[in-house]
Design a protein around this ligand. Sequence first.
Ligand code: HEC
Length: 153
Amino acid sequence: MRLSHLAVTASLLCLLVVSCIDDNENGSLTSTHGSRSSMDTGRDCIACHTSGSEEGEFIVAGTVYQSNGTSVYPNSTVYLYTGADGTGSLAATIEVDGRGNLYTSDRLSFGSGLYPVVRGSDTTQVAYMGSVITSGSCNAAGCHDAGSRVSVP
Ligand code: HEC
């Protein structure tokens, strides 16, 4: 009796621990150079990765392309500044993963707006977005959809 109780308690504990490790809602889920767990390159990530979704909410997500606008640019980096052209303070640095996607579940504050800067692996490759963003849904329709990709020169 006692032993089987113990066994049940132990397996319940295991389940609890495993489900905690699996649960991304309490931890940060952010792309890193080289990682390849993302998907659906070019699609509007936050349409699915929305608040309350099982797949985890992203605050910023999108895809970076090379200058041709069709090949992705893996391992590039996106920066969000409070001022235009990389001025002001740096609010966030998000590494683009090995599939060309970037994403973060970190609750960063957009304040009155942030200016994105994208850099390639060569330091001369830099693109400044001229207007501010107050949402991080880069690939949304009417933003960087098929006709107007985020790209590095
Ligand atoms: C059509 C809905 C949909 C779109 C669009 C979508 N995702 Fe997902 N994503 C999911 C679902 C569902 C899962 C969980 C199942 C899976 O891994 O396939 C997931 C899982 C993930 C994971 C793994 C999460 C983890 O827990 O490790 C990452 C990373 C990810 N998506 C990134 C992205 C990025 C970046 C984009 C946009 C370029 C994107 N997704 C677009 C539905 C979507």
